[in-house]
Write a protein that binds this ligand. Sequence first.
Ligand SMILES: *Cc1c(COP(=O)(O)O)cnc(C)c1O
Length: 358
Amino acid sequence: MFRPSRIEIDRAAIAHNIQELTQRIPQDIMAVVKANAYGHGAVEVANIALQNGATMLGVALLEEAIELRDAGIEAPILVMEAQFPQYAGIAAERDVTLSVFSAKWLKEAAAYIEEKPLTVHIKVDTGMGRLGLRTREQLDALLEEANDSFVIEGIYTHFATADELDSDLYYTQQERFERLMDGLHERFRYIHTSNSAGAIRMAGQDVPYNLVRVGIALYGLYPSHEMETFYSFLRPAFTLKSQLMQVKRLEAGQTISYGATYTTSTDEWIGTVPVGYADGWLRKASGFEVEVNGVRCPIVGRVCMDRFMIRLPKEFPVGTDVTLVGGNVAIDELASYLGTINYEIVCQFTSRLPRHYV
Ligand SMILES: *Cc1c(COP(=O)(O)O)cnc(C)c1O
C-alpha cells in the first residue's frame, strides 16, 4: 500500500475483551463477525476470538461464512440472516449452520440437501418484528417437518431493547420466548437470546440459555451509553490514521474546498489529509475535529471524495501523523457528531482503507 491512510486494529484489545467476557459470562460465547467483523476484519477477529474463549462464530451472510471456511476456520458458524432454500445444500456441504423459521422452508430446502444434513437454529420473533416465527403452532409445524436432512441444533430470539435499562419490552420478549419454549428446552442443544447488551445483563442471573451472541463488545465498544457502567473493562480496538500530505499558509480571505464554505479569517496553516468520503469518511464530518500531534484540529470546508483540509495551530511537517478516530477522538464522539451509533461508524469504512493488525 502506498497511501499513508490506514485502519489499525489492536489485536491485544480484542483478545482482552473476549477474555474478560468469557470470565464474566457463564454461557458459551458466539463471536459475531458479520460485516467484516464490524469493519475490523472477519478472519483476523474470528481467529483472535476463537483463540481467546469464543466457541462459535456468527455472521449475516452465507458468503461471510464461506469466507471464514476458505480461510481454514473450522469452528461452528451460524448465519443469522435468512437464506433462500436453494442454497441449503451449499451451506450443509461447508458445515455452515442456517437460521430457519418456517416448515415451508424446510420442505423446499430438503430437495437441495444431499448426504450431509444441514444444521439449523430456529429463529423466533418475540418483538423485534424482523425475522422469525411467532407462534407455537409455527414452531411445532417446523419441528414436524424436520427430517433426516436436518439437525435441529438450536433455537433463538433477538432483543430490540436490551441496551435500554428501563425498557419493558426486554422483559416482555423474554416472557414470550419462554411461553413459546414451554416443555421444549431439552429438545435443543443451544438456546440463546442475548446480544452484547443482553449477555452482560443476564450474566448474574439463572437463565435457561447456554449461548450468547456477542458483537459490539468484542470490539471494545458499548452497545449504548447506558451500558457503559456494565462494560467499563472494554478496550476499543479500532484506530483510523493518516498523515499530512500538504501543509500551506493561506492569508486571510482564502476559501477552502467545494462550495467555498470556509474562508480563512486571518493567516492560517492549512493541512490536507488524504481520507475522503470514498473511504467512508462522510461529508457530514465537515466541522469535526481530528488529532495532529496530540492537538485537536477542526476540519475546514467540505470533505471531498479523497481528502479533506484541517486548520493547524502552527506549521507541521508533511508526513505528521493524523488520528481521525481512536486515541482521544472516540468512535462514540464521532458517532454523536454524525447523529448515529458506534455500530454504524465502524461499518462505514470501505475496503479502500487497508487494515493493519498491530
Ligand atoms: C448483530 C447481531 C448480534 C450482535 O449484536 P451486538 O449488539 O453487536 O452484540 C446478535 N444477534 C443477532 C441476531 C444479530 O443480528
